[in-house]
Design a protein around this ligand. Structure first.
Ligand code: SF4
Length: 384
């Protein structure tokens, strides 16, 4: 019996059968296997999909997975132009959706390659499919005559004003924190140093590698801590993985991956220490506090990789906002909207960045009722 599994592929692209039938293979939005759809189910929140931002919003927001309403035009808006700064998942999806709506879109990216975090993360162990988030959108953008992409184009306030676009959207991503602030600690950890012994996932993805014994402190709790452990083991380092949680990558329980992730690190020989919080590091040893009150513990290590939280890379947005506020009466500036989205606005999972990009483009020049943006179900209580 031939059995075709098409649950997640149909969530990522509900028009998959039609596209196969019509030989539109390059238009298929391929599932990346992240299981965020499954996690939404487990969390009892509206379903989300990393690849398909309309998933779960077909009725609530009236979003069709393939068809977007054309932009509204008025006499003085016939050439409505959009400048998007940053070609990560949020920027790419915003360019894709705004292009489909008929805007003239310019997408500027500081680096030489599009994709932002999905390009960097897809080079890490087990995350190769992340690149499909980039590849689908690039494939679509190259077919749009009204969308232009500019690589190696780092933008300044002056450059943006020179472009003179009607709408400017900043999607410049986020950086991993180096100060220990994380989900569990919720505070900067004092006594972390020396600087040359501290690393973040950004360093590893930029191939700045530590040497010797390293401790990974995972106060993020999703996939990055365990992926970093595998990457550093591959590089031949002695790796300890420490987390305040009771399990490795505990949030991965929602995506049904946690047991496999923990088993993988055990098989790789990672020294796993759970239920301990980091309270200090001096370049030779880390001080850990037991979550259940059994006091301080010490771990010998030469470097520390902090996987805790990320801060938005939003300087450009605020510089531009400040400039515009001081020039509010300048009629020569035609910019009608300035926004920031994705990790640059609120660091989160890739699905949220894609959703934010799509939503921004859908709501451009539209009237949105922010008090009641989504329809909702009224549930009968069995107590009434
Ligand atoms: S959320 Fe991830 S696993 Fe689920 S359908 Fe979308 S891309 Fe596939």
């Amino acid at each position: 019996m031939d059995f075709i599994g098409a649950a997640r592929p149909s969530i990522a692209d509900p028009f998959l059968p039609n596209k196969i039938m019509n030989d539109q293979l390059e238009d298929i939005r391929e599932c990346i296997g992240c299981n965020i759809c499954y996690a939404s189910d487990g969390l009892a929140v509206p379903i989300r999909c990393t690849q398909n931002p309309t998933m779960g919003e077909e009725w609530r927001r009236n979003w069709h997975p393939e068809i977007l309403p054309q932009r509204k035009t008025t006499l003085n808006q016939e050439d409505s132009t959009v400048l998007i700064v940053g070609a990560g998942p949020a920027g790419l999806e915003a360019a894709h959706a705004a292009g489909k709506r008929g805007y003239t879109v310019m997408l500027a990216e500081a680096s030489s390659a599009p994709g932002g975090r999905v390009t960097k993360e897809s080079a890490l162990p087990g995350l190769r499919e992340w690149s499909r988030v980039r590849d689908y959108r690039i494939q679509q953008l190259t077919k749009m005559a009204n969308v232009e992409m500019f690589m190696e184009s780092e933008m300044t306030v002056e450059n943006i004003l020179e472009v003179d676009a009607d709408h400017v959207m900043i999607a410049t991503g986020a950086n991993w924190r180096r100060d220990g602030f994380g989900r569990g600690t919720e505070a900067v950890i004092p006594n972390l140093g020396p600087e040359e012994c501290l690393f973040t996932p950004d360093d590893i993805m930029e191939e700045k590698f530590p040497t010797g014994a390293i401790m990974i402190y995972d106060d993020d709790g999703y996939y990055m801590g365990s992926v970093m452990a595998e990457k550093l083991i591959q590089l031949g380092l002695t790796v300890s993985y420490v987390t305040p949680e009771a399990k490795v990558s505990s949030w991965s329980g929602y995506t049904a991956e946690q047991p496999r992730v923990q088993r993988r690190l055990m098989d790789l020989g990672v020294n796993i220490i759970t239920s301990r919080s980091l309270s200090g590091f001096d370049g030779h040893r880390a001080e850990l506090q037991c979550h259940y009150g059994s006091g301080s513990h010490f771990l010998e290590c030469e470097s520390l990789l902090l996987v805790t939280a990320r801060t938005p890379r939003d300087r450009l947005y605020y510089d531009l906002q400040t400039y515009l506020e001081t020039r509010s009466s300048d009629r020569s500036i035609k910019m009608r909207s300035l926004s920031k989205i994705g990790d640059c606005d609120s660091p989160s999972i890739i699905a949220d960045a894609v959703f934010a990009g799509h939503r921004w483009a859908r709501e451009l020049d539209e009237t949105v009722d922010f008090d009641n943006p989504a329809k909702y179900d009224r549930m009968f209580s069995c107590l009434n």
